[in-house]
Ligand binder design. Sequence first.
Ligand code: SF4
Ligand code: SF4
Length: 204
Amino acid sequence: MDSRSPTMVSAKQYIGNVWNALHSTLVGMRITGKYFLQKPITVQYPDQRLPIPDRYRGIHYLEQEKCINCLACARACPIDCIEMDAIRHGKELEWVSFTLDYQKCMFCELCVYPCPKDCIHMGTEFALVTEDRSELNHDLLSFKGMAPDARVRMKEAEVKKAAKAAAKEAAAAQKAEEATAEEGGAEQDDASPESGGDTGGGEA
Ligand code: SF4
Ligand code: SF4
């Protein structure tokens, strides 16, 4: 049996509660104060971003100028995420599309290794936030059609080809002319008196 009066017990309890409240407040304030003075480890994303390691496997990027449309990356993809379309003009490419479907991609990097031109890479960008799933089918092309220097190269190749064809034609024409002249000369030789032709002059 507790010999203390109920008033004494409740007063002691009250003081204990006040002490507990004060103590826990002070402990909380001490922790808050400690972190308040430290440099924050979080950042205000997306305005601020933490550095991302170089080997991070994020959204792909394509060095389109180097790509030769060989399809090696598309064939290596285990879930057929990559599709591409380009029209070939001799050695040059006119690009229509090069899409990668991020609804399916699992960022395995298997498409990167077989590239003979080392032109498809995994970048450090990772944000794929959208309200429309169709936007997750990214076109990696930085330009459509032909690159300006490819167009120049194609024009130069066309000019060279035309010059070559013209030279070939001229050579053939000259050859034909020479052959005609040779034939004409031979006929003249046959018809001349020294050659003993139809005139009978040689016998006189
Ligand atoms: S990372 Fe993997 S899944 Fe994604 S496109 Fe490349 S090969 Fe396909
Ligand atoms: S493997 Fe490389 S060069 Fe071939 S299509 Fe893919 S990105 Fe282009």
